[in-house]
Design a protein around this ligand. Structure first.
Ligand code: EPU
Length: 334
């Protein structure tokens, strides 16, 4: 068991697994399948949303490396583009921006690969990937059966989908098909940080490229680059509270920011809750929260997966004690 995963996870923690196979295509998987001795499999994309808590993982890793960007339908107003699961997400966004295809510009610079993006329905600055997904295709590991999931069948939710729930490590996404606009783009400036930036720059009628550039600027100022400081983006999801529970907290902490989702549901920023529990500028066993965004747990160098995990559970416990809210991990923990 000496296959190192250190370079395959953005936390940069050392961990070992039984075998690692690189999957380049469906046919390639069929060949590899004959050698798969065991059933415990982890499908790995960019490794940017995973924490290897255990040092020695009794698993086989399938690393998806399917390439290609191909326009499969071309209409007057929009296109359907089919993208290999192994394509780097931000490379795909750059391709779209360069060609003036609209829909993913708010998701600029999100780490990871295209195939992992629908699994957790990536989202940022007012957009979610589900808004532009046409379908996801791939195959079941066990039966090798090929299937295309249309958008409804993907069961998208906030940072979740059928691929993160029922089909986790059972279905390998090989391609994601997107519907993108060619004209009359729906520019989304609803997110406050973004609209503030547009005002600051004096941009009144932003293009796709403007949005992408500004999102890049905001992200770079708030989020650490994992090549310099190990992290996996937001460690927890933002909790959604029913009105009654929300009012209990907001009565006590009137300065708490929130986002009203419906009459009875309010989303709270986990970063704010974490900060209020005193986790800013705290470092334990080389693990801490990032100075510009408390939702991001960082490896300051040399932390183990269990150091990071223990620190995250401490945060979770403090938030539970202080606010009676149970944070849910966004990162996959193995
Ligand atoms: N806040 C704090 N302290 C902080 C940071 C933020 O109190 O250190 C409060 C502020 O009041 C701020 C609010 O939290 O207004 C929201 O912060 P921000 O806009 O930075 O977004 P977020 O809710 O913390 C979410 C996503 C991010 C995404 C941003 C921008 C989740 C779990 N995270 O973070 O996604 O980039 O919105 O849209 O929904 C990721 O998933 O890895 C990720 C980085």
């Amino acid at each position: 068991m000496k296959n190192s995963l250190k370079k395959l996870n953005s936390f940069g923690v050392e961990s070992f697994c039984n075998e690692i196979y690189i999957i380049k295509s469906y046919e390639n998987y069929l060949q590899i399948k004959q050698n798969l001795k065991e059933k415990k499999i982890i499908i790995l994309g960019g490794g940017t949303n995973i924490l290897f808590k255990t040092q020695n993982l009794d698993y086989t890793i399938l690393k998806v490396d399917i390439e290609g960007i191909e326009i499969i339908e071309d209409y007057d107003e929009n296109i359907i583009v089919s993208v290999g699961a192994g394509v780097n997400w931000d490379d795909f966004v750059s391709w779209c921006v360069k060609n003036n295809y609209g829909g993913v510009e708010n998701l600029t610079l999100i780490p990871g690969n295209v195939g992992s993006a629908p699994i957790q329905n990536i989202g940022a600055y007012g957009s979610e990937i589900k808004d532009v997904i046409y379908s996801c295709e791939g195959f079941y590991l066990e039966s090798s059966e090929h299937k295309i999931f249309n958008k409804n069948e993907c069961e998208f939710e906030y940072r979740s989908s059928i691929f993160k729930q029922k089909l986790k490590n059972k279905f390998l996404i090989s391609k994601v098909n997107f519907r993108l606009s060619k004209k009359n783009h729906r520019i989304n400036t609803s997110y406050k940080a973004l609209s503030d930036k547009l005002i600051e720059k004096g941009i009144k009628d932003p293009s796709i490229s403007d949005i992408s550039t500004l999102v890049k600027e905001i992200r770079e100022s708030k989020l650490p680059n994992y090549n310099q400081l190990g992290n996996a983006g937001s460690f927890f999801k933002n909790p959604v509270l029913k009105k009654k529970n929300f009012e209990k907290i907001t009565n006590k902490y009137s300065s708490m920011p929130f986002y009203k989702m419906s009459e009875n549901e309010y989303k709270l920023p986990a970063a704010w809750l974490i900060e209020k529990c005193g986790f800013k500028d705290i470092c334990e066993n080389q693990v801490g929260v990032y100075k510009n965004q408390s939702l991001v747990i960082i490896n300051k160098g040399g932390a183990t997966g269990s150091d990071i995990y223990n620190f995250s559970q401490k945060i979770k416990q403090e938030v539970k004690n202080k606010f009676d809210i149970l944070l849910e991990e966004e990162v996959n923990i193995i």
